[in-house]
Design a protein around this ligand. Sequence first.
Ligand SMILES: [Fe+2]
Ligand SMILES: [Fe+2]
Length: 250
Amino acid sequence: MKRQYQTASIEAADLLDRRVEPHYGKTLTRLLAAHALAEKLTAIGYQRALAAIDDPDLAPTIRKNFVEEKKHARLIYRLLEELGTTEEQADRSMIKAAKSPSFAAPRRFAEAPADALALLMASLSLDVTGLLMIGVNYRESSYAPHARAAEIILDEEEDHEQFAASALRDAAERFGAERVNAALREWLPMAANFFGPPGSGFTFDCLRYGLKARDNGELAELYLTMIGRRIEQAGLSMPAMTKRYPHALV
Ligand SMILES: [Fe+2]
Ligand SMILES: [Fe+2]
């Protein structure tokens, strides 16, 4: 699809001075509210993991990730504030979406107690996916402040992704393949759903305005191919899932 606005071509002032059609601002605000909430729930998950996991080898990484996720959430809420939407208003606008399958993984991480295995699953489901969404979509956003925030976030998400990748390689030995496979069956459908429903009117608008570069379905497929390869390389089994959103076990 041809995008109407090029990468980083729009600044907050263009919206505030109404040089861009109002629907662009509405679409952007909704996208930023979803991004901010995902970062915030991930930060809460890491905070809870820090309190629950008593492993001196893991603690520094969990603490680092917690601080960075909190910073990511702040960065995105600040973009919303610039456009006149408070954190509270943004979160309130997400109440319904937050209950949908696309938020199941971050919600689960923020609400359920995490042990070391759940931490790995959350990282595979939130950091690896986040790296794709931000690296592929938001880095090239037509909204310049979001593209700039994406560059900052990406640097740190690359570390989070490395942590998930190396923890996955050792997981079978550390936890036993059967336990890890059971956890993958529980988490991977949620992880794939984190990209959101494909072909929605909202995503169509995001693509048209250049707020996203790829459709959700394409990114979910990319993720499943990549993670599937790594899971098999680690001697684990990729769970069989339905092909369409919301993905479920078959
Ligand atoms: Fe993040
Ligand atoms: Fe992360």
